[in-house]
Design a protein around this ligand. Structure first.
Ligand code: HEC
Ligand code: HEC
Ligand code: HEC
Ligand code: HEC
Length: 669
């Protein structure tokens, strides 16, 4: 008997083992991906609320506070590509007013590097229509970004901006000329376009101290020591009028260190570059996080034997929240970009070192063209988030912004590639087959292994999955490859949701039904219990397939009329379900599942069973407002070309029936 049991256990282990192992290793893979991403996304900085609490320990009179940014390169805000991003002008403004509310009036400095760095790099691979007119002219969109940055820092009350690229043009004018319209002071090197009479320092009273900030790049540097020549005389001039001296220096770290040794009475040397805070004697050497990711805070307090300086970087993560005025400024910026085609052209393109992309006889044709011959690969790809990458931009309203579009579509910047606002290129609004395999028109007509890229190196991935947009990616690319290399032909619905759920934007799940279609009802019974497990991680919407009686009816029509396949009863139940979803989101699934079993009975039965207010629902259902809302359903069904109930859509793409339709065999059309 014992033998049989052992044998049975052994056989069970053989049968179940591989599955158990698979599940275990898949769970391990996902955990590793999640943890690596989380770790890589972290920013080493102090939470704002902790910093504000520290301020409570000191008094504004006794502390000199200098808030600073540098090397922002006109970044307005984080892209939103991953969870936990820090930075952005609207949050910076919130942090600064939080600090002012504690009674501090800090010296507020931008240490330079405000212009986009692409300025110089772009020239080699710049595209025809936007060639630079003069040597240093900036791309129109970048000009607008820079000006928006200026306006924002003015709104925040910056005292001073160090100009980094003297003579660079913003449209007709040099940066220096543009800046005469702003209140903050400019510390700038003399340039051909502006008078050389700039002063290299500024003095401001902060707390009960007079603080001098000196910008070194304005001084001529000694070739042999790289130390600015006139610093000695300048320092003695400044020290006569100030209690504390701070230097802004873009020089090499070694030079800064030797300066610190030579001038031990300076409180701090601040660089706009990236680096590790360091102390040389009593002098603090500080650095910046680029792109405005954090707000630097230098505090100087009296201490025995001189001043004591300390620096912190304040995290500008989501919980900081947006300042409404600066938010509005950015919204205006995006509005302007959306309405002006000149601001929508590509400024650079990906894959500029790949041969297929540079061949002018080839062109992009769209993933649909590959489907016919590569069905298996197409199906796998269409369930990946690459297929819906443009939908992501539409959800957050950035589909006009070239800084985002470049990585979220196919072939942006190439003559046959995606173009913003060109309807004929809508088929390239995705990270399609041809991003990884190269433009495929020639291959589609004459399929050869030589006119398409068969081998996809991870360096291709890295063009988009850069650390700034996809931190940690390089470390986990081997674990992520199976999600894109077509080896997983049939991802489960769970796998699809799990992949989409790793990003900051919740997967948009839409189930299209007709409420009296039995197949649709079966789909609800099958899917709702599954979705309810993910309800906090997805954005679920039940949608209804109806049509307008009068095709010309629109939002302005007071009482539009509709038809539905199963008649007026269905139309009313659709409306009712819509109302329940709005009024009782928590009980919505319970109501639907109850209705699924009791469709022939009165709706009030289920409403009462799950505890809904029957009169409240009834009075909300037959209103013109509710009917007008149906117009949105009609729009959405038309947009996605939905015909049958049930149809499942995730992030704007129909999910093939074989992936989820267990008991559902057919559709109502
Ligand atoms: C043209 C730019 C581009 C290229 C090239 C590219 N990706 Fe992506 N990838 C994206 C974008 C954009 C997203 C985010 C899509 C969304 O959810 O909107 C993404 C998402 C992903 C995701 C899901 C998000 C996650 O959890 O990491 C994986 C996996 C992925 N890519 C792997 C790859 C691999 C592997 C390669 C190379 C073989 C590659 N990608 C090449 C742009 C690109
Ligand atoms: C250099 C390429 C690149 C640029 C430029 C870029 N993205 Fe992305 N984006 C990606 C990649 C890669 C991912 C996937 C990241 C990951 O999960 O590792 C992504 C993911 C996203 C996601 C998350 C999608 C989800 O499913 O949660 C959003 C939102 C997004 N990007 C918005 C933007 C916006 C807005 C901009 C412009 C401000 C932008 N992206 C610019 C490459 C880029
Ligand atoms: C994110 C990048 C990426 C995208 C997008 C992509 N592929 Fe691939 N594809 C790969 C990788 C990686 C391989 C494996 C090649 C290798 O071993 O280097 C591959 C392999 C292939 C192969 C060779 C046979 C096979 O299945 O392994 C074909 C055919 C193919 N892809 C077609 C397509 C089609 C069609 C699409 C669009 C529907 C597409 N690919 C989209 C990355 C991609
Ligand atoms: C008319 C049918 C057809 C169409 C359309 C087609 N292919 Fe192919 N594809 C083939 C055939 C056949 C091969 C095998 C060629 C060979 O090995 O000589 C192939 C091979 C490939 C390979 C593998 C090359 C290698 O090195 O092994 C990739 C990748 C690929 N196709 C991608 C695409 C993409 C992307 C598209 C759409 C732009 C596309 N194909 C459209 C028929 C087609």
């Amino acid at each position: 008997m014992k033998k049989y049991i052992l044998l049975l256990l052994f056989l069970t282990a053989i049968v179940v083992g591989p599955f158990a192992y698979q599940r275990w290793s898949e769970a391990k893979r996902l955990r590793h991906i999640r943890e690596t991403k989380q770790y890589a996304a972290q920013i080493r900085a102090t939470p704002l609320k902790d910093f504000l609490q520290q301020l409570d320990q000191t008094s504004p009179d006794q502390t000199v506070l200098v808030l600073f940014t540098g090397n922002t390169q006109a970044h307005l805000e984080p892209c939103g590509c991953f969870i936990g991003q820090s930075g952005g002008l609207p949050r910076r403004a919130t942090a600064i007013s939080g600090i002012r509310d504690k009674g501090f009036s800090p010296l507020l400095v931008d240490l330079g590097g405000v212009l986009p760095v692409e300025l110089k790099q772009m020239k080699s691979d710049v595209l025809e229509p936007i060639a630079f007119k003069t040597d240093d002219e900036i791309h129109a969109l970048d000009q607008l970004r820079v000006q928006t940055t200026f306006t924002a820092i003015e709104m925040m009350g910056y005292d001073v901006l160090v100009s980094s690229q003297p003579g660079a043009n913003l449209g007709e004018n040099s940066v220096e000329q543009v800046l005469t319209n702003y209140r903050f002071q400019l510390l700038a090197a003399p340039s051909k376009a502006s008078p050389p009479a700039q002063r290299p320092y500024l003095i401001k009273t902060v707390g009960n101290k007079r603080v001098a900030l000196i910008e070194l790049s304005l001084l001529e540097t000694d070739q042999t020591t790289s130390i600015p020549k006139k610093l000695d005389s300048l320092l003695s001039e400044v020290q006569a009028h100030a209690d504390i001296v701070i230097i802004s220096s873009h020089l090499q770290p070694e030079v800064n260190k030797s300066l610190a040794k030579k001038y031990p009475n300076i409180s701090a040397i601040m660089s706009r570059d990236t680096g590790e805070t360091e102390r040389v004697g009593n002098v603090l050497l500080t650095y910046c996080h680029p792109h405005g990711k954090t707000l630097g805070a230098l505090t100087i307090t009296d201490a025995a034997g001189g001043n004591s300086a300390a620096v912190e970087h304040i995290a500008l993560t989501e919980e900081v929240g947006d300042d409404p005025n600066v938010r509005q400024l950015l919204n205006d910026f995006y509005g302007q970009v959306a309405s002006d085609p000149q601001l929508q052209v590509a400024s650079h393109r990906l894959f500029s070192s790949e041969a297929l992309e540079q061949d002018s006889n080839n062109s992009y044709i769209g993933s649909q063209a590959c489907q016919e011959c590569h069905r298996k690969e197409f199906d796998q790809w269409s369930h990946s988030s690459h297929a819906t990458a443009f939908n992501t931009l539409q959800i957050i309203g950035r589909e006009y912004y070239s800084k985002c579009v470049s990585c979220h579509v196919t072939g942006f910047g190439y003559s046959s590639g995606y173009e913003i606002g060109n309807r004929d290129r809508a088929h390239l609004a995705e990270v399609g087959c041809e991003t990884c395999h190269g433009p495929g028109k020639q291959h589609t007509y004459t399929p050869l292994a030589t006119n398409i890229r068969g081998k996809v190196e991870t360096s291709m991935c890295m063009e988009c999955h850069q650390p700034e947009h996809s931190p940690g990616f390089q470390e986990i690319v081997a674990q992520l490859m199976p999600e894109v290399d077509h080896s997983r032909t049939d991802p489960s619905l769970k796998q699809i949701l799990e992949q989409r759920g790793r990003g900051p934007v919740k997967p948009q799940v839409e189930l299209f039904v007709m409420s009296y279609c039995s197949y649709g009802v079966d789909a609800e019974k099958e899917l709702l219990p599954f979705f309810s497990k993910y309800i906090d991680e997805i954005d679920f919407k039940l949608r209804f397939i109806v049509s307008k009686k009068d095709p010309s009816a629109d939002e302005t029509d007071a009482e539009p009329e509709f038809t539905s396949l199963h008649g007026e009863t269905e139309l009313i139940e659709n409306l009712r379900q819509m109302v329940v979803a709005e009024l009782y989101p928590d009980q919505f699934f319970d109501y639907l599942l109850c209705r699924a079993d009791h469709l022939k009975e009165a709706w009030t039965l289920c409403a009462q069973k799950v505890g809904l207010d029957v009169t409240k629902i009834a009075s909300a259902v037959d209103t013109p407002q509710a009917r007008r809302r149906f117009l949105q359903e009609v729009e959405r069904t038309k947009e996605l070309e939905i015909r049958g109930s049930p149809t499942l859509v995730i992030d704007g793409r129909v999910i093939g029936g074989q992936l989820w339709r267990g008991r559902v065999r057919e559709t109502c059309q």
